[in-house]
Design a protein around this ligand. Structure first.
Ligand code: BES
Ligand code: MN
Ligand code: ZN
Length: 501
């Protein structure tokens, strides 16, 4: 998809703009007095005002008005996009507007012009980025298993953006490039999560990571079961034991050209299918468990974008990939597993498997890599959804500074999250009589006790944990996210680790 940015000074330019559709975001306060709409109305002999009034278009944030121009404008169609009452044009809104604009097009439209008014010069690059993200992310489709007509992709080839005269089109184009890189990372993540679980097993995930590393010139190490055994990763291996698909520990490294600012580990939960193991889930509970590697997919998408965005930090991506299955070889309730840190864990629920895999990856990051900072993304608990709903992730951190940076980044990218407390007293429910702890605690506060479990393995490192069990998946089309795997976390990590210029 091509992105073109142009400045415009007077309405006649918009009237003569050649495109399959011109889309104009309209503030509700402006509908009556908007001078651009007035000029268009003149060209259409009063038809626009008539349509606005008869269709009761009040430019509310959920409304749009779209019609064929019968050759009276340069563009075949005109769409007014109601945007309600924003206080100024915010780049994050532009992402949503672009996505809505593209959704409003007939499927044949190839060239769409977006007429953005009210953009401030300082936002040029961010607005360019948002346009690219909105367009590329909303047109994503996982269609490899669809046949015939349903395979039809969006026909959009070019998005032209008209900007106010004082906004730099060069800066906007640079921003769009950044948006393109990030969107590719998000779409890679979505593809991995949407894939069927029998295909996207630990071995396949390791292949994808290896290919990605080759393409981007990243360091890549894949450890098999024997090598993980030698490292003492008994918790991670316990989880994978019941499956015919062998576990893999995947480690990608990105090093910046100059001396790194700091050393960061990004750890993604990578349970390629979570049946619950012997504590087996119900059909309903198991239905979406191919998405239990969504954290791992997110950190892979992120490192692919971060390498291209020339992130100033050294980034280590770790995926302890395993399939959680019941079998004659499964880990059992009552088993005591010893992880790489030496700590022992009594298993009281084989469905609380994610924390076991993550814990060994965290120990690896602390002991082997000596990183300064650890961020983990994990579809860890149903409780996080009970607490916050299915579109908001739960953030936990032992550092107020890191938590604040993540909350900030989240507001910009739209990867929604909310900080939750690491309440020490909930750790009581993880106490075991025969081991250092148990792997699952009380039902109440389940996302908190899971985070407290993880905290045991980060030592004194700065750490944040994002429980993304809800937002890994969109139940319906929302904004720039089509139904299905959302790609949650990729844009967030890019915003956090490779900030905009
Ligand atoms: N992968 C699940 C968490 C999950 C649930 C993700 C729903 C997405 C949607 C995790 O491994 C799990 O099974 N957690 C249990 C923990 C419990 C056994 C302590 C849960 O949330 O019920
Ligand atoms: Mn589970
Ligand atoms: Zn799981």
């Amino acid at each position: 998809m091509k992105f073109t940015f142009r400045n415009w000074e007077n309405p006649s330019q918009v009237l003569s703009e050649k495109a399959d559709a011109v889309v104009i975001p309209v503030l509700d306060a402006d509908v009556g007095a908007d001078s651009l709409l007035g000029a268009i109305d003149g060209q259409l002999s009063g038809y626009l005002r008539q349509a606005i009034s008869e269709e009761q278009f009040a430019a509310k944030a959920t409304q749009s008005l779209s019609f064929h121009t019968q050759g009276k404008l340069g563009s075949t169609r005109l769409t007014l996009l109601g945007v309600g009452k924003p206080t100024g044009v915010v780049p994050a809104d532009v992402r949503t507007w672009t996505a809505r604009a593209i959704r409003s097009l007939p499927s044949s439209a190839k060239v769409v012009t977006l007429c953005l008014r009210g953009v401030t010069p300082a936002d040029a690059a961010s607005v360019g980025q948002s346009v690219a993200e909105g367009a590329l992310l909303v047109t994503y489709q996982f269609d490899k298993y669809l046949s015939g007509d349903r395979k039809k992709r969006s026909a959009v080839q070019e998005v032209v953006v008209l900007l106010p005269p004082d906004v730099s089109t060069e800066a906007a184009a640079v921003g769009a490039q950044r948006g393109q890189i990030i969107s590719e990372g998000v779409c890679l993540c979505r593809d991995l999560v949407n894939e069927q679980p029998t295909e996207m097993c630990p071995r396949r995930l390791a292949e994808v990571a290896t290919q990605l590393a080759q393409k981007l010139g990243l360091g890549c190490t894949v450890l098999g079961v024997k090598e993980c055994e030698a490292l003492g990763m008994g918790m991670f291996l316990g989880v994978g034991r019941g499956s015919v698909e062998e576990a893999r520990f995947i480690h990608l490294t990105y090093k910046p050209q100059s001396e790194p600012r700091k050393k960061i580990a990004l750890i993604g939960k990578s349970v390629t299918f979570d049946s619950g193991g012997l504590s087996i889930k119900t059909t309903e509970g198991m239905l979406w468990m191919k998405m239990d590697m969504g954290g791992g997919a997110a950190v892979l998408g992120a490192i692919s974008a971060l390498a291209q965005l020339q992130c100033p930090d050294e980034v280590h991506v770790l995926l302890a990939a395993a399939e959680n299955m019941p079998s004659g070889n499964s880990y059992k309730l009552g088993d005591v597993l010893r992880g790489m840190s030496g700590k022992t864990v009594e298993i009281n629920n084989t469905d609380a498997e994610g924390r076991l895999t993550l814990a060994d990856a965290m120990t690896y990051a602390v002991e082997k890599l000596g990183v300064d900072e650890i961020i983990d993304l994990a579809t860890l608990t149903g409780s996080s959804m009970v607490a916050l709903g299915s579109t908001t992730a739960a953030l936990f951190s032992n550092s107020d500074a890191l938590a604040a940076r993540i909350v900030d980044a989240s507001a910009k990218t739209g990867d929604d999250l909310w900080r939750m407390p690491l309440r020490d007293r909930l750790f009581d429910s993880l106490k075991s009589d025969i081991a250092d702890m148990k792997n699952s605690g009380d039902r109440y506060g389940g996302s908190i006790s899971a985070a407290l479990f993880l905290r045991e393995f980060v030592g004194d490192k700065v750490w944040a944990h994002i429980d993304m069990a809800g937002p890994v998946h969109a139940e319906k089309d929302v904004g720039h996210t089509p139904k299905g795997a959302s790609g949650y976390g990729v844009a967030l990590l890019c915003e956090l680790l490779a900030p905009r210029a």
